[in-house]
Structures are given as structure tokens and as C-alpha cells.
Ligand binder design. Structure first.
Ligand code: PMP
Length: 332
């Protein structure tokens, strides 16, 4: 690991090479050893820095993106932050279609960074003209000299993790990893990281985390998109109401679903027990790991890596706010 030695040319040089930290108290009742890959250590504070930079640099290499061009994307917030940061450093305009489920903090931050933000309803079908997919598509079409990042349907998404997150984990664990637990949204993280790790050792189990209200787990099990699975839920960035082609379902061994409440309470438990300030989906990943443990997925020899996608600061008005938690009925 060399990234913090000496002077970096700009903030983008600090993307990747995030730390892997052993968990203790929160996993003490589970068989095996547990380690969190802290993606909040990226300069944009989430794993999305990796894909945003990879996709933008790929477009630059192909000559599609030139100075003064516009980057357009749909985002629950984290990819938006990464793209806004990259746009500032590299001199692009940035237009983002954001779900109204995203926390106000995330939206305020994007606007402060100079991005143009369009807030779209979360609870409409993906092909509705008001959905953030359709809004971003329309804006990209109407904006000259623009590039649509299209993270849900872009193979470069998982490629970024195949090239960086996977090799980092393999190196950091000295090949000892037996299980990887990952929150699945676009599926880029789980597919790219999982593919790399399975190529090194096909026995490594790739365990997905999905949300109640999302179609991913059922699709993985049946090969069918069942819209009866769709219902509103609160966790941002986890699960989907469509099938993203960025997900390679063959890489994933099994999915587990978590509830909004248990993920939120577990996130609070992580900060209290480990001193790590986690985002909402970190709570989901630890909660799913506990559920997997109950299903006897792990033994005393298990070496389990959990990807923690982002940090807690973006959720101060949600899971770290007692009023919000009471309103949801998550605490008394
Ligand atoms: N957690 C958070 C907070 C996210 O923003 C995302 C991205 N949607 C994920 C998890 C899931 O990652 P991926 O899109 O790579 O599946």
C-alpha cells in the first residue's frame, strides 16, 4: 500500500486501496473471523469512486469525453458524489437524476459541489417517464456533448471492481478469504469483486445482500423478474425493482434479504461495538451475515470479508436520528 506515501497529484489519485479491518464485538457470537473493507476511506467516501473514475477515464481514452463535456447519471447519491468530485477536478459539467429516497444531506452536498440535481420519485416503475432512469436518459439525449454513465447497464461498472476491489482483498487477506458478503444494488461490486476472487479460488463463496421490496433474490433463484416482490423500502443503494445487466448472477452463490429496521439497528450497533461509523447498507451487510451464520454458512475456519460501501455521515438525518427512527417504528 503506497497511496499515502508522499504527495498525491490530486484527490482522484486517492481512489481505492481502502483498508481491511477485523471486526470483533459485533461478530463475537459467529463462527469464524470477520473483516470489513472500509470503502468510506475513498476520497468520495464510498465504493462508487472506483466505478465513476473507471467509467470516466474509459470515456476519455475513447475520446468521448472532452473538456467542457457533461456527465449525466442516475444515482442514489454516492455515484453522484463521486461524479461531481471527478467533474470538479477534470472540468466537466455534471447532471444527476436522484431518487427522492436519497437523504437530504446527499442532495444538498451534490448541489454544493455544483452538480445540477433532478429529484425523481422512487416509487414509480423504471419505465415511467418520471423515474430517475428515464429522466437521466432524456437529459443525456437532450444535452449536446454529454456522456450517460448508465451504471446499472454498464459492464465497466463491475470491471472497475474486478480490477481494483478484488485484487486488493486477495492481497490483503493473503488469499485466506473463504466468503465475501456484499450489498447488491447495480451489482457491480459483488460481480466484479466476486469474479476476481473466484478466479483465484473457485471455493470462495459469494454471498449477496438484498432488501425486502427488491426483485434480486427471487430473480437469482428463479430466473424470473417477479414484480410482486416490489414494495417501498428505506435502505438506499441496496436491491432493485429491475434486473441490472451490471449484475452477473452466476457469480453469486446465494442472496439473503434484510429488513429496513434490522439493517438500521445493526448499523447503530456497529458504531457502538466497533467504533466504525457505518452507512445504512453496512448495517444491512452485517445483519445479512448474522442471518447467514444462523443458516450455518460459516465454520470456525471461515475468513469472511464484508464490504462496507460507505460511511455514516450521509445518514445523520435518517438512521442516526432518533426522531426519524421513531417515525419508522424502528425504536420506541
Ligand atoms: N450501498 C450503497 C450505500 C450504495 O450506494 C450502493 C450502490 N447502489 C450499494 C451499496 C450497492 O453497490 P452496487 O451498486 O455496486 O451493487
Amino acid at each position: 500500500m503506497t497511496r499515502n506515501q508522499g504527495i498525491s497529484k490530486n484527490i482522484l489519485e486517492l481512489v481505492g486501496e481502502t483498508p481491511l479491518v477485523q471486526l470483533h464485538t459485533i461478530t463475537k457470537d459467529l463462527k469464524g473471523s470477520y473483516f470489513a473493507k472500509l470503502e468510506s476511506f475513498n476520497p468520495g467516501n464510498s465504493q462508487k469512486d472506483r466505478i465513476a473514475l473507471h467509467i470516466v477515464e474509459n470515456a476519455e481514452k475513447k475520446g468521448i469525453l472532452t473538456k467542457g463535456a457533461t456527465i449525466v447519471e442516475t444515482t442514489s447519491g454516492n455515484t453522484g458524489y463521486s461524479l461531481a468530485m471527478i467533474s470538479l477536478v477534470k472540468g466537466y459539467n455534471c447532471i444527476l437524476a436522484v431518487s427522492d429516497k436519497s437523504s437530504q444531506d446527499k442532495i444538498d452536498l451534490l448541489k454544493t459541489m455544483g452538480a445540477e440535481v433532478h429529484v425523481c420519485p422512487a416509487n414509480v416503475p423504471p419505465d415511467d417517464p418520471k423515474s430517475y432512469y428515464e429522466v437521466a436518459k432524456r437529459i443525456a439525449k437532450e444535452t449536446p456533448n454529454s456522456v450517460y454513465i448508465n451504471q446499472y447497464f454498464n459492464a465497466l461498472n463491475s470491471e472497475a471492481h474486478y480490477r481494483t476491489t478484488g485484487p486488493e482483498i486477495w492481497k490483503q487477506t493473503e488469499g485466506k478469504i473463504t466468503h465475501l458478503v456484499v450489498a447488491s444494488g447495480t451489482g457491480g461490486t459483488i460481480s466484479g469483486t466476486g469474479k476476481y476472487l473466484k478466479e483465484q479460488n473457485p471455493n470462495i463463496k459469494i454471498l449477496g445482500v438484498d432488501a425486502y421490496g427488491s426483485v434480486l433474490k427471487k430473480y437469482h433463484e428463479t430466473g424470473k423478474l417477479d414484480l410482486n416482490e416490489v414494495s417501498p423500502y428505506k435502505i438506499e443503494g441496496l436491491g432493485k425493482n429491475l434486473i441490472p445487466t451490471a449484475t452477473d448472477f452466476d457469480i453469486i452463490d446465494v442472496y439473503e434479504k434484510v429488513t429496513d429496521k434490522e439493517a438500521a439497528l445493526t448499523a447503530r450497533e456497529i458504531i457502538k461495538s466497533e467504533g466504525i461509523f457505518p452507512g445504512y447498507t453496512c448495517g444491512a451487510v452485517v445483519q445479512a451475515t448474522k442471518q447467514y451464520a444462523k443458516q450455518n454458512q460459516f465454520s470456525e475456519d471461515s475468513f469472511v470479508v464484508l464490504i462496507f460501501p460507505d460511511g455514516g455521515a450521509r445518514y445523520m438525518n435518517k438512521i442516526y436520528n432518533d426522531k426519524w427512527m421513531r417515525k419508522q417504528g424502528f425504536i420506541e
